[in-house]
Ligand binder design. Structure first.
Ligand code: ADP
Length: 462
């Protein structure tokens, strides 16, 4: 049982790569925290810094209020479970689990009791005398978990522990680990690139990208109120549909216009837009986001007229049993000449997740209703949401926008500086080249002049 505080933690590898930037997080005792993000976003590095396997470049790490930056891994009271299990192949399951306790010189009887009790919890009692090679992947992962559990650490660190398992086993182990967390009532920090694992297991999730924390929130808040387009796209499958557009209309009648389509926003949503004046009829680009499950093709809903509808053409229908996915095209292509937004080829693609009893077929041109009560709107440039989750949240969103705009400005200035430096380098190189050719030309002229003089002298002599 332990609380952790990470304060402004950075990791800069000797090669100069900044893997983690300004990681700040307070983890409560008994929390199940998940670090999630695409490969290379710095989640393992952060975990390894907590474990003490990687030095912290700057910042402070506290466990139960005590700074542990300089403390060796073995003195941090932490157990780590890896993706590749890291079991000793020549030892039995029993010995693998008992090994750490033997090193700590624990009495044999106590070790025996702990190993057997843990094996019972994990359902591996019947394998205690087997060697790891005689176990399946799932069983090996359970032994790896068991080896961590017997030590009764303050904090469990799990680095993609289920990646080597097949899909069925993975979902089974997911629930087992969640149950284990409830049972052990210990702090868990779990690293994964799989958003489903993150959403189903974490009490709070840290979404990371390029070494930066994007959002720290509960699974439902990440789903309902992603602070930026990255989080919105990362959480949820199939991913949220995004359309480049703008806000038009009047203050009490605001529409999202994207391509040829225009949908009215509910008043409650409009009231939550921060800096509405900046966007309304100004042409400032926004990104409209709507999740596949918020698009409906049921005729009753479409005809009810309560939700705005758009026309779509259905390309492919994927009947998955419990649900059906429609891969469609909106009428976006008609706006391609409008040139007001950067339109890539995919921009008119849309995925809808509809009821499995839907009668929609490939090739149909139909109306679908968009549940705009659950839509998302991002500033196109900063990719940050412009929709607050509540009145109280508005200030936070304004601050986020300002921060992102500042970052964008710094990035633009750095880019301009880099371009200027490159131009200067190219200019100097060109000058050198020109002066070299200039010199060459002069030398050639001198040679020609000399040669002419020699010819003249010879002629004179003759
Ligand atoms: P993740 O776990 O999210 O996949 P990592 O924490 O392993 O990401 O890596 C974050 C970044 O740091 C990546 O760009 C990776 O290439 C880099 N990195 C990781 N380990 C090292 C290392 N030992 N030396 C230099 N760069 C590293």
């Amino acid at each position: 049982m332990a609380s952790l505080n990470l304060k402004n933690i950075y990791k800069v590898y000797p090669s100069g790569v900044t893997a983690v930037t300004d990681f700040t997080l307070d983890i409560d005792d008994k929390e199940f925290i998940v670090f999630v993000g695409p490969s290379g976003c710095g989640k393992s590095t952060t975990l390894r810094m907590i474990a003490g396997l990687e030095e912290i470049s700057s910042g402070e790490l506290y466990i139960d209020g005590q700074i542990v930056n300089a403390r060796a891994p073995k003195d941090r009271d932490i157990a780590m479970v890896f993706q590749n299990y890291a079991l000793y192949p020549h030892m039995t399951v029993y010995d693998n689990m008992a090994f750490g306790l033997k090193l700590r010189k624990m009495p044999k009887a106590v070790i025996d009791q702990k190993v057997k009790e843990t094996a019972r919890i994990l359902g591996i009692e019947m394998y205690l005398s087997r060697k790891p090679k005689a176990l399946s992947g799932g069983q090996r992962q359970r032994v790896a978990l068991g080896r961590a559990i017997v030590r009764e650490p303050k904090v469990f660190l799990l680095d993609e522990p289920l990646s080597n398992l097949d899909a069925k086993l993975r979902s089974q182990m997911r629930t087992e680990i969640t149950k284990l967390h409830n049972r052990l009532a210990t702090t868990f920090i779990y690293v994964t690139h799989d958003q489903v694992e993150a959403m189903t297991m974490g009490t709070r999730i840290v979404v990371m990208k390029d070494g930066f924390m994007q959002q720290v929130d509960t699974p439902m808040n990440l789903y309902d109120h992603p602070v930026n387009q990255f989080v919105a796209g990362f959480i949820g499958t199939p991913q949220m549909n995004f359309f480049a557009g703008e806000l038009v209309g009047k203050k009490n009648e605001v529409y999202v216009k994207f391509g040829k389509d225009k949908v009215l926003l509910p008043k409650e949503k409009v009231n939550l837009i921060v800096n509405l004046d900046k966007y309304l009829n100004t042409g400032r680009a926004i990104t409209f986001g709507i999740r596949p499950e918020d698009i409906h093709d049921e005729p009753a809903l479409v005809e009810a007229g309560k939700l705005p509808c758009i026309n779509i053409k259905v390309d492919v229908v994927e009947a998955l049993g419990a649900e059906t996915l429609l891969y469609c095209k909106t009428e976006y292509e008609n706006a391609k000449n409008a040139n007001e937004v950067s339109l890539d080829e995919d921009v008119s693609n849309m995925i809808a997740r509809v009821d499995s009893r839907s009668t929609t077929k490939a090739g149909d041109i139909i109306k679908v209703a968009l549940d705009v009560n659950h839509c998302h709107i991002f500033d196109k440039e900063t990719e940050t949401t412009i929709l607050a989750r509540s009145e109280e949240n508005k200030e936070e969103i304004i601050a986020l926008q300002a921060k992102r705009e500042e970052e964008e400005a710094v990035k633009a200035a750095e880019e301009a500086k880099r371009l200027a430096a490159e131009e200067e380098k190219a200019r100097i190189k060109m000058e050198k080249k020109l002066s070299f050719f200039g010199k060459g030309k002069k030398a050639k002229e001198e040679v020609v002049e000399n040669a002419e003089e020699v010819v003249d002298d010879e002629a004179e002599e003759k």
